[in-house]
Design a protein around this ligand. Structure first.
Ligand code: SF4
Length: 304
């Protein structure tokens, strides 16, 4: 469903951004601005982890409306959709863009197996490494929302990362619904990435192992050059290896899209991986275990 279809089909409401409470009408925008100002007034340095997605553009606008000093940072992953990069370059020139020190494809070759739902070494490299900073005076601001996924339902507005001690998070729109996010974007006339108009509901790394098989398939249809690049990496990864049940890059691709879930489950049962899910901002409470595996472990995990 495209953004326009979504907006046309939702039930009528005077404004999704205001609602009645026991103490009167509450305006979620005014509330968020007040809280952002309070954090800045308390001496916190605000650093927005910007993704270019709908939630982070809302938080960025709220910081602007609050009139507080903040910085916004975007970490490229090398599998970002070109439309997203173009949108950030043209509409958010003030965002600091951090280049990756290695590409996803080089990383796959180096690790010897593709990232999986349970073994997201790419997230560690591209996202977790690039936190805004540690310490009491720095707040990493994000667009994380409870409505994004069942797993995020229990998220709080203020959190401290147990996996990376000393990193403090502030999620100003954690309680906002999808309607509220889009209503704000339309009200404020915020330009957004064109991929939403193609029906994408979440925009991020192309071919992310956290996505469903259907979504990965659709992304590779939409971005065929990324599929080619993954296949290139799988081929390079297999060079000189004899222990594999994978004989060709296509076997790896098949496993990557349709079969890795089973191997992940097996690995998790064996206790070889920590069970964490989603992306970096869902890792709160994890123990920060490294993902780097030895060749023997790779064989076990992949059932070779
Ligand atoms: S979002 Fe997905 S593809 Fe991107 S770095 Fe994290 S696990 Fe890897």
């Amino acid at each position: 469903m495209t953004v326009q279809e979504y907006l046309q089909n939702r039930p009528y409401q005077p404004s999704a951004l205001k609602y009645d409470t026991l103490t009167g009408e509450e305006d979620v925008v005014a509330k968020a601005i007040k809280e952002i100002r309070a954090m800045a007034a308390a001496g916190q340095r605000l650093c927005l982890r910007f993704s270019g997605g709908k939630d982070s553009i809302v938080v960025k606008r709220l910081c602007e409306m609050a009139g507080v000093p903040y910085t916004a940072r975007f970490s490229r992953t090398s599998v970002d959709p070109p439309e997203l990069l173009r949108y950030i370059r043209t509409e958010h020139k003030d965002v600091i863009v951090e280049d990756p020190r290695i590409t996803m494809f080089q990383l796959i070759i180096k690790k010897g197996f593709p990232p999986t739902r349970l073994c997201r070494y790419c997230c560690q490299e591209f996202k977790e490494r690039n936190v805004c900073g540690r310490g009491d005076g720095i707040l990493t601001v994000t667009g994380v929302r409870k409505a994004e996924s069942p797993r995020r339902k229990s998220r709080s507005k203020y959190e401290t990362c147990q996996a990376d001690k000393g990193v403090n998070f502030f999620h100003p729109i954690v309680d906002w619904s999808d309607d509220q996010v889009w209503e704000f974007i339309i009200d404020e006339k915020l330009p957004y990435c064109q991929l939403y108009d193609e029906g994408m509901s979440r925009i991020g790394c192309v071919g992310c192992p956290l996505a469903s098989s259907d979504k990965i398939e659709a992304e590779f249809r939409r971005f065929p050059n990324f599929e080619k690049a993954y296949l290139w990496a799988f081929e390079k990864m297999l060079e000189g290896r004899h222990f594999d049940r994978w004989k060709t890059k296509y076997d790896v691709m098949d496993w990557y899209i349709y079969g890795s879930g089973e191997a992940c489950d097996k690995a998790a049962v064996c206790g070889q991986f920590d069970l964490f899910d989603e992306d970096y901002f869902d890792r709160l409470g994890g123990d920060g275990t490294t993902y780097a595996l030895e060749a023997e472990q790779v064989k076990t995990v992949l059932g070779m």
